[in-house]
Design a protein around this ligand. Structure first.
Ligand code: BTN
Length: 326
């Protein structure tokens, strides 16, 4: 959001009564027509600002869009989300991440959150399409990690923990993590994470942690086939929720776990992941690019690999693949 619109909004939010254009223009040291322009812009962003000749301007409702300013007001982090980029529509926030990292210095972009109201070409794991209509949370966190490349999956684990914890704390829903990085409520998927990175030898240039969560987007808009396997926050709690507060909470939970990953406290991450796991101690079917087998998921190691005891008793370490549970 442009800085000037942000300042007009702050003034309107703090006002106890309607304010004239003149009062706002005096406070900001700009012309009345500049104030009018900013009000027009704020309305386009979804802010309900009423005006009357007699009384002036009054903010009636904040925007229900996932605007950086709405998140910023609720943010309690030091790094994550202190820089944000917002798009009404974009192909994929991960794509935007790749673009800005190729044009700028990933170190300076560390912690930037890219937000889209809608994605027209959202991507899931294994290159699958990720349907991303308005009302969900579709974001990418840009990271320049100080993490050895063999432990990079810990970042996704930290992200999954953050999403599950945020759902539990904000809505008291029993969110769990299904290996490798799906978020489930009961038998239905509510979100997923996708980590992409640019690396050379053992140097990680940057990582992009994409997070997609069905929040206020109506599940009935998905195909009948998907509807039976997918849920959303609003479907679970019975009403639309404040996405800005939820995202601010996710970022805070993530920042805490990310610090643990960077300081090498892998055991703390693994233990917390296990305590939220929907996969461990379950019978699973694993499909990798090479093969497919069944067994019992018994553990996850500090590299994020799933340990499966096959029916012949042999232990198999799975680094990537699809995991189906009964
Ligand atoms: C999965 O397959 O479960 C992972 C889904 C990840 C989707 C998110 S939405 C924001 C970001 N942009 C994308 O195109 N994908 C990720």
């Amino acid at each position: 959001m442009p800085d000037s619109a942000f300042r007009v909004l702050e003034i309107l939010e703090q006002a106890v009564a309607p304010l004239s254009g003149e009062t706002i223009s005096n406070e900001l040291g700009v012309t009345r027509s500049a104030v009018w322009k900013q009000i027009k812009e704020l309305r386009l962003m979804g802010y309900d600002i009423r005006s009357s000749q007699k009384e002036g301007y009054k903010l009636v409702h904040s925007s229900s869009k996932l605007l950086p300013y709405e998140i910023h007001k609720k943010l309690k982090t030091r790094v994550m989300g202190t820089k944000m980029r917002y798009f009404e529509h974009t192909l994929s926030t991960n794509n935007v991440g790749k673009q800005i990292c190729s044009e700028g210095d990933p170190k300076k972009l560390h912690g930037t959150v890219i937000i889209a109201e809608e994605q027209t070409g959202g991507v899931g794991r294994m290159g699958r399409a990720w349907i991303s209509p308005g009302g969900g949370i579709w974001i990418t966190i840009v990271l320049k990690p100080q993490v050895p490349i063999d432990h990079i999956f810990m970042i996704t684990m930290a992200g999954s923990i953050a999403v599950a914890r945020a759902i539990r704390k904000e809505y008291e829903l029993g969110a769990l993590i299904k290996w490798p990085n799906d978020i489930f409520i009961g038998k239905k998927k509510i979100g997923g994470l996708l980590l992409e990175m640019a690396a050379e030898a053992d140097t990680v240039h940057y990582c992009l942690l994409g997070i997609g969560i069905d929040v206020n987007n109506p599940v009935r808009d998905f195909t009948a086939d998907l509807q039976k396997d997918i849920t959303s926050i609003s479907a679970e709690v019975g009403h639309d929720v404040d996405r800005a507060s939820f995202l601010a909470r996710i970022l805070r939970e993530f920042e805490n776990r990310y610090q643990l990953v960077e300081s090498g406290e892998y055991d703390a991450i693994t233990q917390e992941w296990k305590s939220l796991s929907a996969t461990l101690e379950n019978r699973v079917q694993i499909r990798t690019l090479k093969n497919s087998f069944e067994g019992e998921a018994i553990d996850i190691d500090e590299f994020g690999a799933l340990i499966v005891r096959k029916d012949n008793g042999k232990l198999e370490r799975v680094i990537a693949g699809d995991c189906y549970q009964q």
